[in-house]
Design a protein around this ligand. Structure first.
Ligand SMILES: Nc1nc2c(ncn2[C@@H]2O[C@H](COP(=O)(O)OP(=O)(O)OP(=O)(O)O)[C@@H](O)[C@H]2O)c(=O)[nH]1
Ligand SMILES: [Mg+2]
Length: 362
């Protein structure tokens, strides 16, 4: 018998275990198209009863997808760019024809010129020794950049795989394309399952489009060092950016602290002048200012839902016009003075220093 797959998440269909992926009660197996119980519940109640796909399983599925496809759309999240382009994943793509679709540009502050963001991405890709690829800035929420993306996809050959780390919006991008001319217009009620939780898509799922084109969704590659992956689901929901980026400007002096309660802190050890730190967030958490006298209270004794248990400290020098990014959490940007900062962050979190994403570029 031919193996059946859930249209929403790609999982193999089974009727024996409701607490595993792909469960459909026996009486409903002849429905067309098939949607598993987990996808049904995510779509209707916003609840994932089984949880994220495991890293090893998603890796095996991504490898199978890469062996099948003629070209790749690598979807990345502009709000977490560094975690979105892991070396291993880029290595796996190898020489396949690739488009880099930089998603979630709707979260940028309105006055940000996209021309500057293009330049910033080109520079980041060079710094990260990333191969030269076509870059498209898009938003699956408001449709920005989709006509151009659809045109570029036509150059990738007949089998196109959407690939990327978890939660960057692969399924959302695919869904929007399926509604466009390239996807043959509206595809009925079953669509790729989208959720705010990382690890929703389970296996490669293929969508046949006019002219023989096949677009395929894939499970997310699980990156290392993203704080939102290391915390409980209710906390991850708080941390993942979902609204337009906002920034708060804090003058900082030696002995002062910019922090997100219970999650991270940037303590000022030295300053070359009257320094400023801009704290960026587009999520449910907020930056605050305090002094290092209260560091323990705000970081270690804070009892919010996201309390970190094991801490790590790093000392960095941050120059004006640079961001210090904690993957899956947020970033601070230095202005006016060079600051020596002691960073308190969750153990294993990725800390990156980069040219500033938002604000005037050199
Ligand atoms: N603001 C904003 N949110 C987006 C955009 N695209 C996707 N999202 C949101 O990002 C979250 C993840 O979207 P998915 O499409 O499920 O992401 P995915 O990459 O398929 O995730 P996995 O299957 O878990 O790997 C959802 O809450 C989406 O609504 C976008 O362009 N802008
Ligand atoms: Mg998905």
């Amino acid at each position: 018998m031919r193996q059946q797959h859930c249209q929403g998440c790609g999982a193999h269909i089974q009727s024996s275990n409701p607490s595993e992926y792909g469960y459909v009660p026996e009486g409903q197996l002849n429905r067309e198209p098939l949607l598993c119980q987990r996808c049904f519940r995510i779509n209707h109640y916003g609840r994932d009863d089984i949880g994220p796909v495991q890293a090893n399983d998603s890796l095996a599925s991504i490898e199978a997808g890469l062996a099948w496809c003629s070209g790749v759309v690598l979807v990345v999240d502009l709000m977490d760019f560094e975690a979105s382009v892991p070396r291993e994943l880029v290595g796996m793509i190898g020489n396949k024809k690739t488009i880099l679709a930089v998603n979630k540009v709707d979260l940028l502050p309105e006055q940000t010129p996209l021309r500057e963001i293009h330049g910033w991405i080109a520079k980041r890709l060079t710094d990260l020794a990333f191969p030269q690829v076509q870059v498209n800035l898009i938003s699956a929420v408001n449709g920005h950049g989709f006509p151009d993306l659809a045109d570029e996809i036509e150059n990738l050959g007949p089998n196109v795989l959407f690939i990327g780390v978890t939660n960057v919006g692969k399924s959302s991008v695919l869904e929007r394309l399926l509604h466009m001319r390239i996807g043959g217009g509206k595809r009925g009620i079953v669509k790729p399952t989208i959720s705010p939780y990382p690890g929703t898509t389970v296996q490669v799922s293929r969508w046949r489009c006019p002219g023989g084109l096949v677009l395929a969704d894939s499970p997310g590659y699980v990156p290392q060092g993203r704080v939102s992956d290391q915390v409980a689901a209710e906390c991850a929901r708080e941390l993942i950016p979902h609204r337009q980026l906002s920034s708060h400007l804090y003058p900082v002096q030696v002995g002062e602290l910019i922090h997100i309660p219970g999650l991270c802190g940037f303590e000022c050890l030295e300053s070359s002048g009257s320094g400023l730190l801009l704290g960026f967030t587009g999520s449910g958490v907020q930056w605050q200012k305090s002094t290092n006298k209260h560091l323990k209270k705000w970081l270690e004794e804070y009892a919010g839902p996201c309390q970190v248990k094991t801490w790590e400290q790093r000392t960095i020098r941050l120059y004006p016009g640079q961001d210090a990014v904690i993957s899956g959490l947020g970033w601070v940007s230095a202005r006016k003075a060079t600051l020596l900062l002691r960073v308190h962050l969750p153990q294993g979190a990725q800390l990156t220093i980069r040219p500033n994403l938002v604000g005037r570029k050199k």
